[in-house]
Design a protein around this ligand. Structure first.
Ligand code: SAH
Length: 355
């Protein structure tokens, strides 16, 4: 049987585990501190534990570490893209973005994805596996170690659908936020979902101070269904209602992400329809110039068009920003590095995504 990953346990779980082993409670705090404050990667580094206890821990647990396989540094803006091996030849990716306010990291929540959005490289080979809470935290710890600086903001916007890996993501949010650990404020964390409506309601009940981002990418169900299969399971209006209920109950402004694809979702009518659907919701729209996807003939809207689209939304009272593109010289978009790496290793012809 696989050993339990020690880094994936919340402090409460760790305390219960140590009690079962006949150890005192404070030992749990010590171990948790080693893992999440000092961020060690091996039992041998937990030097204030007796050798006997370390041996006992090793018998029952493992620490699932990530290994950097590739690291690409953008010459344009210091964005760094990491490809991590999480064991058994499974790779995931994370991106470090440098902003004036600090270091933001985009982490993956799954290896691959099963949501099937037609514009997204992460989903091309389906879902490989869910990530454990500790594997999400380790992406941040490894990057902090690599750059020798603290990560101040986290977006769960890499490969995977976080609400499709709900329990592990909730454990991750608790672990990364814990004052006994890495101590990152929930206000500095954004979770991005393609819109699993039931899970949005579950998340609202957790009443966390995180920002919820919803990948909308369309002003109605017809257009949304063309690019996002999830829209066949949860229709547009129920998603918008869930977003409104989420904002109302958590008092947190929701972000709608909207990747503009030429001729698909970027017309003036689309902008007007979107504004009418979002009226009355405490929200903000983030327009994303789509990364071209050749086999679907998805081409990025022109800069002029994106500005025009933003202008219409703003004139209709919807707060709107246009996402600045970072790291475009290093395949920094969702799933692209992992995909090209897998194709290289497995000898499959690539999806041929270009930026
Ligand atoms: N599953 C989650 C998080 C991962 S995707 C979600 O859907 O939100 C992170 C963001 O990148 C999403 O908004 C996704 O729609 C967007 N994205 C994926 N492929 C893209 C592409 N080719 N161009 C622009 N944005 C893309």
């Amino acid at each position: 049987m696989d050993k339990t990953d020690l880094r994936s346990l919340t402090l409460k779980e760790l305390t219960a585990e140590l009690e079962k082993m006949g150890e005192k409670q404070f030992r749990a705090k010590q171990i948790y501190g080693w893992l999440h404050q000092k961020q060690v990667t091996d039992f041998s580094e937990m030097t204030n534990l007796s050798k006997a206890l370390r041996e006992k821990l090793k018998e029952k647990y493992t620490i699932k570490n990530l290994k950097i396989v590739e690291k690409l540094i953008s010459k344009e803006d210091n964005t760094i893209k990491y490809l991590f091996d999480i064991g058994d030849n499974v790779v995931i990716e994370s991106v470090l973005m440098r902003y004036s306010y600090g270091n933001a990291v985009c982490i993956s929540s799954q290896a691959g994805c099963r949501m099937g959005c037609t514009f997204c490289a992460s989903t091309a080979d389906g879902l490989e596996r869910n990530l454990l809470a500790g594997e999400m935290a380790a992406q941040i710890y490894e990057i902090q170690k690599d750059i020798g600086e603290r990560v101040s903001n986290v977006v769960i916007m890499g490969s995977g659908e976080p609400l499709d890996n709900y329990d592990n993501v909730m454990d991750f949010l608790e672990i990364i936020h814990s004052g006994e650990g890495n101590n990152l404020s929930h206000r500095h964390i954004t979770l991005s979902t393609c819109g699993l409506v039931d899970k949005i309601y579950d998340l609202a009940r957790e009443n966390l101070q995180i920002t919820l981002a919803i990948s909308l990418h369309a002003p109605n169900n017809l257009i949304r269904q063309n690019t996002m299969p999830v829209a066949r399971r949860y229709d547009f209006d129920s998603l918008i209602k869930a977003a409104k209920d989420y904002a109302d109950s958590t008092k947190r402004r929701v972000t709608f992400e909207y990747a503009l694809i030429k001729g698909v979702n970027d017309s003036e009518e689309c902008a007007r329809e979107l504004a009418s659907k979002l009226r009355g919701i405490m929200c903000h729209v983030n327009l994303i110039p789509v990364n071209d996807v050749k086999e679907n003939n998805y081409i990025r809207s022109s800069e002029e068009n994106i500005k025009h689209f933003a202008g219409i939304l703003k004139s209709l009272g919807i707060e709107t920003t246009i996402r600045r593109k970072l790291g475009s010289d290093i395949n920094a978009a969702c799933g692209q590095l992992r995909k090209s790496y897998k194709d290289k290793v497995e000898g499959v012809e690539g999806l041929n995504l270009t930026l």
